[in-house]
Design a protein around this ligand. Structure first.
Ligand SMILES: [Zn+2]
Ligand SMILES: [Zn+2]
Length: 254
């Protein structure tokens, strides 16, 4: 699998960190994990094959993770690049995804679901197992962030394991859920003295890294306060494994 970081930031405008979004290629399939408001144009900027995308995972409904979805569906109604597309587009996320999209759609009759191809919405519960795309088995757990927020664990048919926490507060359950992932993509919103219990700071994140012991740890969802610090150097004091700072445009193999 190949992961491209489209947005390593948060909801706060930042010159080098777009809102969250990660492009995952699995051989035959292309999946987007979260779709912040910047992401439709970021996919184009990275020359990714967005017209052929198979599925979009929405971890929760905060607008920095979901806000690009209505504009992306709106754009696909008009984009010449999808004029001949017949493949369905799969939207997968927590319970409430269909209603939320429908409400936005109906607010101005955007006709987001009237595409040249079908748009299939699948709502997932915590602790559910499903196939995200063929060959990619998914599991979820509830995270302490919003009432619907989910972490995602993907197992490729080649055996590789990838875990994406998305936004979360600290919970020991993530230490089990993320165990021995080949790559753990984890939020590390704050350095210290986090203002919100519904996010992680560095000691939380590295405590979870110790439990999970991933092949590679990628830290993301970095608030602007991180600009003043060396994330990898600070992480290395707390855990000896391979830590990678997410940066927009970074490509990592899993
Ligand atoms: Zn967020
Ligand atoms: Zn959030």
């Amino acid at each position: 699998m190949k992961l491209t970081v489209l947005g390593s930031g948060t909801s706060i405008p930042h010159p080098r960190r777009a809102s969250p979004g990660f492009w995952l290629e699995t051989g035959n399939h292309k999946v987007l994990l979260d779709i912040g408001p910047d992401i439709p144009h970021r996919m184009a900027e990275e020359h990714l094959d967005w017209p052929d995308i198979d599925a979009i995972w929405v971890s929760h409904f905060h607008l920095d993770h979901f806000g690009g979805l209505p504009p992306f569906l709106f754009s696909m109604r008009w984009a010449p690049q999808v004029a001949n597309r017949t493949k369905p587009l799969r939207l997968v996320g927590p319970h409430g995804l269909q209603d939320l999209l429908q409400t936005i759609n109906d607010g101005n009759n955007y006709r987001l679901f009237n595409q040249r191809f079908s748009v299939d919405v699948t709502e997932i519960k915590p602790d559910e197992q499903f196939e995200l795309v063929p060959g990619l088995l998914a599991q979820t757990i509830k995270t302490p962030h919003t009432k619907e927020s989910l972490a995602l664990r993907l197992t490729h048919s080649d055996g590789k394991r990838f875990v994406y926490t998305s936004d979360t507060g600290f919970t020991e359950e993530l230490g089990v859920f993320g165990k021995q992932a080949d790559m753990l993509l984890m939020e590390c919103s704050f350095r210290s003295n986090k203002p919100l219990q519904t996010h992680l700071e560095l000691t939380d994140a590295m405590g979870l890294a110790k439990e999970c012991d991933p092949g590679k740890l990628v830290l993301t969802h970095l608030y602007p306060e991180w600009d003043a610090f060396d994330l990898v150097a600070e992480s290395s004091k707390l855990w000896q494994g391979e830590v990678i700072e997410a940066k927009d445009g970074l490509v990592v193999m899993i």
